[in-house]
Design a protein around this ligand. Sequence first.
Ligand SMILES: Cc1ncc(COP(=O)(O)O)c(C=O)c1O
Length: 422
Amino acid sequence: MEFEPTRAFAQELDQRDPLASFRQRFAIPDPDLIYLDGNSLGRPTLASAERLQRLMSEWERDLIRGYNKDWWHAPGRVGDKIGQLIGAAPGQVVACDTVSINLFKLAWAALSLRPGRPKIVTDALNFPSDLYILQGLTRLLGDRHTIVRIGSKDGDITPDLDALETAIDQSTAFVTLSHVTFKSGYLYDMAAVTELAHKRGALVIWDLSHSVGAVPIALDACNVDFAVGCTYKYLNGGPGSPAFLYVRKDLQEKVVSPIWGWWAQKNPFAFELDYVPAPGIARFLTGSQPAISLLTMEAALDPLLEAGMDALRAKSLLLSEYLIYLTGFFLAPLGFRLGSPRLQERRGSHVSIRHAEGYRINRALIEEMNVIPDFREPDNLRLGLAPLYTGFEDVWQGIDRIRRVVEEKRYEKYPHEKLTVT
Ligand SMILES: Cc1ncc(COP(=O)(O)O)c(C=O)c1O
């Protein structure tokens, strides 16, 4: 599509957007706020607010009886709903715990399936918590494993795929990568990497945190072994909403979790003194789940399911192409350069633009321009595009306000010292 740099053109794109009406399903108290951080924390849906209120009444009325209604089985039920967004047939996904904890559980399980293989392959573009989890786990196991972290040849935008290909060999137990990387938004070819790992006898664990709800995913079709992901980004689950994990059906009876909690016991209310794993995916639960957060998040999934992943991806790509076009037009002359893949097939749903003053520009945008992006070291201004509610005019306004911050040197009054959350 031929873009134009005018605000009127952005409004025209919004009028033609088949998903435009989904914005009305969200609580948007300040229409002037340009929210470009849905890739960190999604906006609340009206359905979640309504569910939360109803949940309070249920809790008041039902008390412990609520568990026998729809609370106890919520992790599996919500997991199956998330499964519809990630190409997983029922019975393979549970919503629980955090991404970090779920990765720990699955990494341990993967190692137990490949006892003679001492190598774990990941990349330097991965979210640090994932790397910390691997480091902690290998320490716990007596430092018998080596973690190989492949790098990037283009300043952390694209992983070095040749190095990945070389690193995965007969000594590799598993490969774990973020499907979409958190800084540059690089989108891995899940089918190709999974096939490569399997050819060499290695397993895969995909972290879907930055792709679920934004990019079509086909876990079953790609024959993925394990996956984890969060629900507070594009799934709009709310701050700290539980994560999820996927274990392919045929692997479930071959592995157990390293954390043997009572929710993962075969018969939790028998209160037996010895652990016997529950059949199926439930064995990857641990203890009581945050029911309020879990059930509120469940309600937020409906708009995504109604919109459908193909339509969401089509809009997300148009949004990011448009953002990259406007960046080239307005911001490249002011010292910005693209920090995300130019090729749309290799891009998730956020775009990083880099500038030496990125941190202070981000600060000025938040403090005085009513724009919320975020900043990622060393110089990335990260702009998240959540296709359910981000409009084309939001993108135009966001870029226009960034232009003003730089042209008017508004960022200069902010200190270089960083706030706790950037
Ligand atoms: C790709 C990725 N993995 C893991 C995490 C950590 O998730 P959690 O805080 O649920 O452990 C995040 C958090 O933003 C993330 O972006």
